[in-house]
Design a protein around this ligand. Structure first.
Ligand code: SF4
Length: 500
């Protein structure tokens, strides 16, 4: 009988999570490189280049691909012939592995999990607990698929209980444009069909753990109805022109994965989940001979891409900026920011708005400043700050008007589009909104020369920091007149792609 030692599983989970925090899967690198080669939109191509350069830097420096190091999801197949040495439950062993991975001193990962999600939302500080799905199967091995799923893409999961006669591709094409770009495309769409509502969701999540093989599928042609559906959805979504970071372009999806299961004659449950620029998953099997032996990829596997930089980029001194200067910037223009900016995301915004509503003075003066929506990873060694990419801006939309109205803020930096109310408010206050590339967090952090916490220290990674940046690249996404590149860019590319 095969015996799995408790410590071997704990070690394997910890090693696996460290591994996927800095190594993209090879199939993802290859598919993203292909997307880079065929991209025709300059803005989208530049965003993909940043994702690939960031990926290589993370592999070299063994630092997280994204500041959001994810919620841990484990699919575990337990051989029914196995015995165990140790007294912890399977979930406790996995959670101990998560704890050790996220508190690793050489590469600490950001703890993003909050307990009491409907109440005080207190950070558990070690990223536990993981979400564990277990199956008992015949055999004598333990098979583990481990993922660290980013919140921005997880938030875009959707479920529909379709009528049996409804067309699944129609539903997907209707839903994807409503997701915005907060899931950091290009990426993979996982789709679960059948079973019950919860089974469809689980199938969608599990489907995206498979290797990317759309290029091979297109080359050989679909052999089954599900493969035909994969190709149809892939082509229909890419024709929408959403593109990298929602800026408009030819590649929105790298692949579409589908898993299905028999369902009730009256039902057709369909779940949809995107996986983002920080696609992170790994598979290993334990057979009682010790912890998993994870082989690092070769750096030769990454394409040799140099960021072109844009000679036309406008140099911006944040410390001397005026409202008039900000109002002269054009949508889609690239800017290189230097000087001081403030940070803040969900929890800091909520606290500031509560204070303003009570007539209290904020601990930081936002007049003529910019706020960057970010929750960075802690620094190690000689770093100023850990990976510090932008978070989804729409979550801050409901706070935007009050902040612009009451603080004299000049504008905001985040990722993806703004909603109609936030755009209206930006226009009303003649402010602007800029984007940095989601999923290029380590690359972005290299532009940060100094960092200090200036308020709300108790919020951990959500505290308000002051960053001093040098040549931080951003794109003007909403100008002071309310024109948004997330509307104009995809519309332009959709017109071109629909004609083909
Ligand atoms: S790439 Fe985007 S969606 Fe994915 S974890 Fe990072 S910020 Fe979140």
């Amino acid at each position: 009988m095969t015996t799995i030692k408790q410590q071997d599983l704990i070690q394997s989970i910890a090693d696996g999570l460290q591994f996927i925090s800095y190594y993209h899967p090879l199939d993802f690198i290859q598919a993203m490189h292909q997307a880079y080669l065929v991209e025709q939109s300059d803005a989208a191509r530049d965003a993909i280049a940043q994702i690939l350069v960031n990926s290589r830097m993370c592999a070299e420096g063994r630092r997280p691909i994204c500041q959001d190091t994810g919620i841990v999801v484990a699919f575990v197949e337990v051989g029914m012939g196995l015995s165990w040495q140790g007294n912890m439950s399977l979930e406790d062993m996995i959670n101990q592995g998560v704890r050790e991975a996220y508190n690793n001193v050489d590469n600490p990962l950001r703890a993003s999990i909050v307990a009491d999600p409907a109440g005080v939302r207190k950070n558990t500080r070690d990223n536990t607990p993981a979400v564990v799905h277990t199956r008992l199967v015949p055999g004598n091995t333990l098979s583990v698929t481990l993922a660290a799923k980013g919140g921005g893409s997880e938030n875009k999961a959707r479920l529909a209980m379709l009528n049996p006669s409804d067309n699944i591709a129609d539903w997907v094409e209707q839903v994807v444009p409503t997701l915005g770009a907060g899931w950091c495309p290009p990426g993979i769409l996982g789709i679960g069909i059948g079973g019950t509502a919860e089974k469809a969701a689980l199938l969608a999540k599990e489907s995206m753990m498979a290797p990317i093989d759309m290029a091979q599928l297109l080359a050989r042609g679909p052999a089954t109805a599900l493969e035909e559906l994969r190709v149809e959805i892939y082509q229909r979504i890419n024709r929408l022109g959403i593109g990298a970071q929602g800026l408009g372009g030819v590649t929105t999806l790298l692949d579409v994965k589908i898993m299905d299961y028999p369902t009730h004659a009256a039902s057709k449950p369909v779940a949809l989940m995107p996986n983002c620029a920080a696609t992170r998953h790994i598979h290993f099997t334990l057979d009682g001979s010790g912890p998993a032996n994870l082989q690092p990829p070769s750096l030769k596997d990454w394409p040799d891409i140099t960021l072109q930089g844009n000679k036309q980029s406008r140099q911006v001194n944040l410390d001397t900026l005026t409202a008039a200067e900000v109002q002269s910037w054009q949508p889609g223009e690239t800017l290189l920011l230097s000087g001081k900016l403030l940070t803040g995301r969900d929890a800091a915004h909520k606290r500031m708005i509560d204070m303003l509503n009570k007539g209290e003075k904020l601990p930081v003066d936002f007049h003529n400043r910019f706020i960057y929506y970010v929750g960075p990873v802690d620094a190690v060694r000689d770093e100023v700050i850990g990976p510090a990419g932008p978070t989804t801006a729409t979550r801050m939309d409901k706070f935007t008007d009050t902040l612009l109205e009451k603080t004299g803020l000049l504008g905001m930096i985040g990722k993806a589009e703004r909603g109609p109310a936030a755009i209206e408010s930006i226009k009303k206050h003649k402010a602007v909104y800029m984007i940095a590339t989601g999923g290029a967090a380590y690359l972005v952090s290299k532009a940060i020369r100094a960092a200090r916490v200036v308020a709300f220290e108790d919020l951990g990674m959500e505290a308000i920091h002051e960053f001093e940046v040098e040549n931080m690249p951003v794109t003007l996404a909403v100008d002071s007149k309310g024109s948004s590149v997330h509307q104009t860019g995809p519309a332009h590319w959709q017109r071109i792609l629909m004609k083909k």
